[in-house]
Ligand binder design. Sequence first.
Ligand SMILES: [Zn+2]
Length: 599
Amino acid sequence: MTCRSMLAALLPIPLLFGSVSIPAQPPAAATAIVGATVFDATGAAPRRATVLIEGDRIMAVGDVPVPAGARVIDARGKALLPGFVDVHTHWTPNSQPDALPAIATAYVRAGVTTVSDFHEQPESFAPRREWLAGIVAPHVLFAARVSTPGGHGADWGDQATTIWINTPARARAAIDRLRPYRPDLIKAFTDGWRYGTGPDNSSMDEATLRALVAASHAAGLKVITHTVTVDRGVIAARAGVDGLGHGLQDRPMDASSLATIVAARMAMAPTLAVYDPDKGGRVRDAADPRYRNSVRKFGVALANVKAMFDAGVPIGLGTDAGMAATPHGEATLHEFELLVRAGLTPAEALIAGTATSARILGLDGDRGTITPGKRADLVLVDGQPWNRIADVRRIDRVIIDGRLVVGAGAPPLPAGNFSDRLPSVAVGAAIDDFQRADERTSLDTLRLETADGGIDRSVQITQIVPRDGGRALQLTARLALKRDAYAGVAFPLTRGSVRPATLARYKAVRFASKGVGTIVVTLNGADGRWRAQVRGTGRWSTHRVAFASLRPVASGTGQARDWTGSAIYQVEIGAHGSPGGSISLELDDLRFEPGPSGR
Ligand SMILES: [Zn+2]
């Protein structure tokens, strides 16, 4: 077999996996949505029309006959809209993927059929795509994250999650490194201005941003930036950024800045939902200076949306959902209302959250309007949302890729939509011997640096060093000036820490190490974290951590559970040190010890 034909023989397997796990509708020749008032998001007035769907495509819109044998959806009295698009969401943090099905379910029930996820490490893109294919979910675009050293977005996670760049050469190298992961777009945290809560010592300079945009565009990728100030918005426009992923809120837009942004044809998704001072129905103290400040900035953000919209800046819909009090699905629907509060008409807000957002993501050839040839991602609602925007909340039915997935006549959502994890897999005993030239673990996963986060964070370097003719991992760190400063390395048991592993066949973790002081061994799992400590001697020695000796790590939420050995994502090894102190540790021959788990 040639290489190519072997690939062809292998490829259908994950696709088949996806198609068998979704309950298929009876194969109809076509679906006809009859009687709805169609808001097609092209700017045309809403009108009564029949919409014909074949496969995943819209075939016809208008006064067309219903083909014999077509499945008919009686939509009399309802409004038909393109599926909603949210260009800025944050799904689940790395190694805590459990909420993925619940988030997917929340979006489809809210009529949101395309989102981009700005939160994930590239290693997790492929397993997440496979997981999403097996449940009912919106289309999820994965953004690769780029920031500056110490910058916003780099204040948690390591460079396996967010690549740090501060020169044009680094920008180009970042895109080269990301290409194999097939990101859908680039999210660049260019704005070190932390909403006034921290110093701006980490903004991305214009030359670096321009190089990032050029390299991204050469790779066919759009660039959306975290930008929250007018001046940074102007820099993004000059650098060729495709869209701002936030609103501009530090001061009212001026004519010269606006002209630059308009001339650059840069779009904006203002994420008003995350900045709404009254979000989540919280009762706030009107005299609280922080609340007053957020009210003032929100007022500026609203006014700038209107000023930019009126000047011709494409305004899309993004929410920052996943941030505090900004729930998935609900926030998207609230953003429509906030765009209207900013001064858009309800019809303009609907276009922002459909056609314009699809355009920002480079998907306007495929979706975003109800026109023949476009993807059949559709939402039926009760009411007239082009007159009363709150009617977007009155979801009746949702269609994704031509399949009815929510509402009367839809099959029940598959069990996978209500399960918070994938089935655990068995993994090999050898975790990492640091011998691979590609710097991946023996389990073919990418090591993660797990230093503490924050604005002052510990600076950690992990690198492969020689040891007795072989190789070992060296971890050195200069610790942050804070209590509980920490540096460590996590070894994912599966790629991207998305699929959990069972350790039922094992009874201990063993490893060799050289380093002085207390070494902390943590197992990170879906049901909690478990930890034990060993003493380093300063000479190479072998440590054994019996699973029976692991103790649950208390977390803010939920009851700590005894060790079960099931649903584990990572083994992590690290150390705490004194504020401003240092850590030096070498590791080798990390493996599980076979045997019954003990309890
Ligand atoms: Zn965000």
